[in-house]
Structure formats: C-alpha cells, structure tokens
Design a binder for this molecule. Sequence first.
Ligand code: PLP
Length: 383
Amino acid sequence: MVAHRGPGAGRMIYLDYQATTPVAPEVAAAMQPWIADKFANPHSPSTWGREAAAAIEVARDQVERAIGLEGGSVAFTGSATEALNWALKGTLERADKRRNRIITVATEHAAVLDTCEWLAGQGIDLTVLPVGPDGLLDLADLERELDERVAVVAVMLVNNEIGVIQPIGEIAALAHSCGALMLCDAVQGLGRVDIPVGPDLVAVSAHKIHGPKGIGALWIRGGAEPAPFIHGGGQERGLRSGTLSPALCVGFGAAAKLVSERRAIDHEHVERLWITAGSSLMTDWVINGSTTQRYHGNLNIYWPGVDAARLIADLRDIAFSLGSACASGSGRPSHVLRALGLSDRDARSCIRLGFGRYTTEAEIIDAVNRIDSAARQQRDIAA
Ligand code: PLP
C-alpha cells in the first residue's frame, strides 16, 4: 500500500477512517478502464453501452451481497446523503396521509437529522429520541412513542462519531409492530458489522469502504420503494433518474466484494489495533459511548481539560479529528457528544481516532504515544 500523503505533506499517519477511507488499490485498478477507455453510456443499446450496463449489474450484485439482506435490491445514488434524503422524503410522500410522523434519534448523522427537520418544516410530526450516556437508544422509549401515525423510524447502525452499535433488528421489529417502515443508515457499518435482518431501507456509501467518493446506494425491500426524488430519464427502475457512472459503480462493486471477502481479516486487524491503541494510552483518557456495543475501529476519547483543537494543530502529520467536529464549523460541540450528556468543556477535549485495513500497528503506537504526550504537556503547562 502506498503511503497516504496529505496535501503537500510528507508521510502522514491517517487516523480518520470515519471521515473517509483510502481507496483500495484493487478498486482503483477495477475503475481504471472505465475512466480511461470505456466511455459508453450504460443506458444506450449499443454493444458498448450493454457492456457498461452489464458491469453495473455485476457491481449491484456485489453491493447487495455485502449488505447481505434478502428480499430487496439496491438503487445507486450520488451519495449516502442523497439515499437518506430520498428514503425519508420519498417514504413520507408515499405513505398513507394519516401516517405523517417520523421517529429518529438525537445521535443520527446530519443527513438524517437535517432532512427530518426540513420535513418538520413541511408539517411532518418529528420525534427525536434521546440516548443514554452510553450512546444507546432505550427501546422502551421507542416503544412508548410508537403509534399508527408513524411512517418511518430512522436509526443508524454504527455511529460515525462514537462508534456505538444500535440494536437495529429490535428497532425494526418495533417499527413494524405499528406498521411503520424502518430506515437504517448503515454507512459506517457496511463490511464491518452484520446488518441485522429487519430494515426496509438501508443507506450505504462507497467511500467508507475503500471505494470512490460520489456514489452511494439505497437498498430497498421489495414493496417499500420510496417515491422518486430525482426525476428524468427513468434510470434505476424509474426510481432514481440520471446516467449512472460505470467507473463509480464498478469501484463501489469492487470495494464491496473486497469487504465481503476480507471481512474476517479486516475484523482481526481492527481488533489488534484497538487493543494496541488502548494499551498505549495512559489511564487519564475516557472513552465516549458504550464500551461493549461498539465498532472497534472508532476510538472516541477525551482527557478532561485538554484542548483537542490544539492537539490537532500540534500534530499536523497525524490525521485525526475532533470528536466535537460540527458540520458548520461554528465551533459548537457536536450534537452527538451533547446527546451523551458531555459538558461543552469536556466535548472540546474529545478526539476521534479512526483506523482500519491499511493502518499498521507501528503507526497506531507512534500516533497514540505522540497524542498522549502532547496532551500530557498541555496538562503540565496548565498545572
Ligand atoms: N451517514 C453516516 C453515518 C456517515 O458517516 C456519512 C458520512 O460522513 C453519511 C451518512 C453521508 O455519506 P456520504 O458522504 O456518502 O454522503
């Protein structure tokens, strides 16, 4: 694997796997002919067009296999953000008019929360459930809220900021008990944890599994098709118009095939890195979110009193992120950390280390030791 280089930088230790993942060499190789030579429109009936369409169908099958659910199929989208917007807006549009309610959770990605807020502005009744200090939804809270007015329950599988895993199977069963659909944002879970049986709609994204940016997908259970969100040429069974990019689809397919094939190897590797990172950290760091129900490639931690933004500025050759990153750059702590009950002060001490397939043990030891001593220095100066 080539070294990951930052813009104009020397060798960088990349620990921001939740933001995006390095493109796998196998993915780049699979995409290459579709970028360089094979330019046909996959929706045209020429021999070349049919070849491109066939490659897209192979990719669709690879993504569906990685998702691993029966009774549905995938429609490609431009991103998971688009898939989530489509799932929510299109489901509400299709739903019986008496079902005008959405239930979601305070720690969802902005692609869900902001879309729900937008729908609330259009008159949809929105309920945002809290989580416990461990970041997990209390199923009794959901059960209490459910009624026959709920059209969709939207909950993510693996949280992008803190890595906790919600009980999606149980949530889907509860949603179905009142006739609602269940939408699962599985962007951070795909290829890493099993997607439980139950959801009717599942959003995924290629660039979180070592695929290209600019392509996502919505897995749709047969019969749960949302109303189209993008209108035009009728591609994707009339559900999502727009000429598909064979290169992006093939790249997504190759990435999905790899996560399926490498599932056990990638899992073991991440477990080793998790143990290594944990044992290199001094005891002063606190883990955010459940320590049992979580994906181990996400280490979101804080040391009270440490200025996380300064840590990042001091360690420019290590790419990691503020646990308190917020989309708007307003400097306010993240909605996820607030939902856990962290004070703004503690939230400003949070960092997120994300690692995976191409992270080496040497990198994690080096990065964690340097982050730890930079934090210690800050504390010593403050004392
Ligand atoms: N949902 C989660 C949990 C994410 O982590 C992300 C990406 O940050 C998204 C949705 C949006 O994915 P995309 O970048 O494909 O729009």
